[in-house]
Design a protein around this ligand. Structure first.
Ligand SMILES: [Fe+2]
Ligand SMILES: [Fe+2]
Length: 236
């Protein structure tokens, strides 16, 4: 752990000050603000969060990695899965609805504005796709991992390799939405609201891309390891 940028002895406030996007990681681990001068280890202990998993995610996000240098040694599957579940709730119940509200405010939704109508339609279809993607993870993948963790004798007929193969990137369509707005939305003098929505869409796109990376390069390897342990033991 020592060669990574953040350590358990670092002050939590320093970590946020050096990279504010880590705020999202904090809230998805259920860590509230107001930690004064407490260290990462102290804040995690106070809120019963697995410190190793928290640091592994923080360092993964910080370094924008595309692999784990070990097989995720020390990363708790339970803790990482609860982080991913909270992220789903954030995207589906908070972030995407907030962007939609802002979008309606920023564009002229009268029936005569065809581009505005198309933008909203495109956004709604996109949000439905994200919901489908995350519902599958919640109901199929995470349910399977929970059964693995309980070491159930009758495991669902599933393997994490199926998820690894079918897991697609969900942020790409947001790039298209951005392009429609940037290239085709009829110009108006006051673009402050529309620019603010575009900023939100850019952030959401980056956040979703990182979410998918954590699933691909952290979650899948640690579940694969768990699968080997549980299923390997079953065979003996
Ligand atoms: Fe996900
Ligand atoms: Fe995903």
């Amino acid at each position: 752990m020592n060669d990574r940028p953040y350590k358990e002895t670092d002050k939590m406030s320093d970590l946020i000050c050096s990279n504010y996007s880590l705020l999202m990681v904090l809230s998805r681990f259920g860590l509230p603000l107001g930690f004064g001068d407490k260290t990462v280890k102290e804040v995690c202990a106070q809120h019963e969060v697995d410190c190793n998993t928290f640091l592994a995610v923080v360092n993964f996000v910080e370094e924008d990695r595309s692999s784990l240098d070990d097989e995720g040694d020390g990363v708790s599957v339970v803790s990482l899965m609860s982080y991913l579940k909270r992220a789903h709730v954030y995207f589906l119940d908070f972030n995407l609805p907030a962007i939609r509200r802002k979008l309606i405010e920023a564009i002229d939704c009268s029936s005569s504005n065809e581009v505005a109508f198309l933008i909203l339609k495109f956004f709604d279809e996109y949000a439905a796709e994200v919901r489908k993607h995350m519902d599958y993870e919640d109901k199929v993948v995470f349910a399977y991992v929970e059964a693995l963790l309980r070491k159930e004798a009758d495991l669902p007929p599933y393997q994490i390799s199926i998820f690894a193969r079918r897991h697609d990137q969900i942020e790409a369509k947001l790039t298209e939405l951005k392009n429609i707005i940037i290239k085709y939305y009829p110009a108006k003098r006051d673009t402050n609201l529309l620019n603010a929505v575009l900023f939100d869409i850019y952030n959401c796109e980056a956040d979703l891309a990182m979410h998918c990376k954590v699933e691909d390069y952290m979650f899948i390897p640690v579940v694969r390891k768990l699968e080997r342990e549980v299923k390997g033991n079953e065979k003996q």
